[in-house]
Design a protein around this ligand. Sequence first.
Ligand SMILES: CC(C)(COP(=O)(O)OP(=O)(O)OC[C@H]1O[C@@H](n2cnc3c(N)ncnc32)[C@H](O)[C@@H]1OP(=O)(O)O)[C@@H](O)C(=O)NCCC(=O)NCCS
Length: 211
Amino acid sequence: MEEVIIRPYSSGDRDSVRQIAYDTAFLGNPGSAFFDDQELLQDYLTSYFIDYEPESCFVAVSGSGVIGYIIGAKDPSSSRKGLGGRLLFKAITRNIIFRKKNAVFIFNCLKSFLKGEFKAPDFSRAYPATLHINIAEGFRNHGLGAKLIVTYLDYLKKEKVRGVHFATLSDRAANFYDRLGFVLLHKGKRSYLNNILHKDIFCYIYGKKLS
Ligand SMILES: CC(C)(COP(=O)(O)OP(=O)(O)OC[C@H]1O[C@@H](n2cnc3c(N)ncnc32)[C@H](O)[C@@H]1OP(=O)(O)O)[C@@H](O)C(=O)NCCC(=O)NCCS
């Protein structure tokens, strides 16, 4: 593989980061598997980080451009003023509910919610920071994910952040987080993708204390 550098995110990386976020949104595959509105899904996955706290974001760049990212937030309880309202407004004005795939997805999420599947302990006191990481297909398994995590953890330590936690639906990545010193804090069943995967999956919350 050609040389790859890890560097801080800059505004010129926005489209590439959003593209990778979409291309990996469904367990490492494109979000079109479960949702029919690329722009809204990209907003949902990335805006929270890159539009509000770009200084906590890093990218992996090769000759062909951005091939991976870690986007973070030092304290998720800090204000993301207007984000929820903006996403809801966009969802309504783009009539997303009237597209069959979206209606099914939203209905299934609602069912999961009513079954209590989204309930999880609040880890934000001991592990205030969070993260979202993805590597484009074709560039995985070359150590880039580990380098991005180490870069982000070093950054958080310099910023004197106590700890970091995040959620993932990927059971394949367990070894990866284990090796990087994360511990599994919580595991909860999710059934809202059953219509596509024909099985329940799990949401894993990992955490790591930094001081
Ligand atoms: C998970 C991921 C960020 C790891 O980055 P990476 O550069 O591939 O990882 P590294 O080369 O540093 O380490 C390899 C480890 O990554 C994990 N991994 C590799 N490919 C993976 C994939 N397609 N999906 C999930 N985890 C994967 C494995 O645990 C692997 O370790 P193993 O060989 O002992 O099983 C990256 O593979 C990825 O983006 N995967 C697809 C989407 C995803 O699962 N994102 C996680 C969201 S929290």
